[in-house]
Design a binder for this molecule. Structure first.
Ligand SMILES: [Zn+2]
Length: 409
């Protein structure tokens, strides 16, 4: 048993507790959170800084970790995809496994306790089964040709079965769901197969959304850099009917809304889009009307947005729309680190003034809820085993470029 204290305890289920004391079991289970004590206790470990729950990385591609430092920055979405695809065959299975192993160790060092991870193949499954981190795997499908939809989907079902057979040492099943990649890479038929499968389960859904301006231009006007890139690749452009609607509004009706749904990136999502999607989600919600719980989650991956497009989402709109935010690192193909804290630093730098309690809620509680891990993770509450992160070198209650994370439990 340990008693741990810091200048403030951000439990994320209550207001911050100044000099609060957390009592934990030997295995990290929270036994108690109490207010500051006036008596001297020699058995309390006291730290300078704040303590928050372990971070949840809501969006990652562990299987792309071997691309660290390999892809040119600010090449735009089409440049990024082109380089990723051309360099893909250059790596051996050993290099891919090593990348995955190192990336997971990096996440653990950076205070991450659970990950919403995208898989297109089985290369990360063995590492996930070690149980070092909690994972929900989003098995991702993409293919524009309707004739290939069944084949692509069947392959995803096989991956799902393969992962389902694995079990971690501590008996956590490796949960997973089949999800579409992005509005511009999935045929109508494949969208329908994914939605049909999703309707049978309660596991979360996810899709990349409005990551570049070109993505929406495809559907709005049948033009732009993405339209031209597809044309150059000889793709049949009838797959992109001009709907006069942006990619979110074109795609949202095709997604299952029965369970938690995560929209990733949202770099070009407007306040009106946010409100519209939240309204659509409410309308199709099967939960009772008294429930105020929203099942629509938004993930921001600011470092990846700067890496690829050189632009960030409008966080003020997300806060104004009361959007349920989560934080992701995306992959090491488009990021220099896998650190939720590094993502928060970017948000703080470009949009100073968002309260720390809000930023930490995005980075912990919301992600845990999205992935269905809220029973154990996401808040410092009696009975949970959320992991404890110490954040130091703050400026008052703000994260700075010098802030570090130290994993205490
Ligand atoms: Zn991604």
């Amino acid at each position: 048993m340990r008693k741990i204290s810091a200048d403030f305890i951000y439990t994320i289920f209550s207001d911050p507790v100044p000099n609060g004391i957390i009592t934990i079991d030997d295995d990290g289970t929270i036994l108690d959170v109490s207010p500051a004590s006036t008596e001297e206790h020699s058995d309390i470990e006291h730290y300078s800084g704040i303590i928050c729950p372990g971070f949840i990385n809501a969006h990652c591609h562990l299987e792309l970790s071997h691309f660290r430092g390999q892809i040119a920055e600010k090449a735009g979405m089409t440049g990024f995809i082109k380089e990723l695809l051309s360099k893909r065959p250059e790596f051996s299975p050993e290099e891919i496994s090593k990348g995955i192993e190192d990336a997971e160790a990096e996440m653990i060092r950076n205070g991450i306790v659970a990950v919403g991870d995208i898989s297109n193949d089985n290369s990360s499954f063995r590492q996930k089964a070690k149980g070092n981190l909690r994972y929900h795997t989003f098995i991702e499908v993409f293919d524009l040709h309707p004739s290939q939809a069944e084949k692509v989907f069947t392959n995803a079902v096989q991956l799902k079965e393969e992962l389902g057979k694995l079990q971690t040492m501590d008996n956590f099943k490796l949960s997973c769901s089949i999800v579409p990649h992005a509005p511009y890479t999935v045929s109508e038929k494949l969208f329908a197969l994914v939605a049909e499968e999703a309707a049978k389960s309660s596991f979360p859904q996810s899709i990349h959304n409005q990551e570049s301006a070109g993505e929406s231009e495809l559907f709005l006007s049948g033009s732009g850099p993405m339209f031209e890139a597809f044309q150059r690749m000889g793709v049949d452009m009838q797959y992109f009917p001009v709907t006069g609607l942006n990619s979110l509004r074109t795609t949202f009706p095709k997604l299952s809304k029965k369970q938690n749904l995560l929209l990733v990136h949202n770099t070009f999502t407007s306040f009106e889009d946010l409100q519209w999607a939240q309204e659509q989600m409410k309308k199709s919600s099967v939960s009772d009307l008294t429930s105020q719980i929203s099942h629509l989650f938004w993930c921001t991956c600011p470092n990846a947005n700067l890496y690829i497009e050189g632009r960030l989402p409008d966080y003020i709109s997300f806060i104004k729309a009361n959007a349920k935010m989560t934080v992701g690192t995306d992959s090491l193909a488009s990021n220099r680190s896998l650190s939720v804290l590094d993502e928060l630093k970017v948000i703080e730098k470009h949009h100073p003034g968002i309260p720390l309690q809000a930023l930490l809620t995005w980075a912990t509680k919301n992600g845990a809820e999205l992935l269905g891990f809220e029973k154990d993770l996401g808040t410092i509450e009696k009975g949970k085993k959320p992991g404890l992160n110490l954040l130091n070198n703050l400026d008052g209650m703000s994260i700075t470029a010098e802030t570090q994370v130290l994993k205490l439990a």
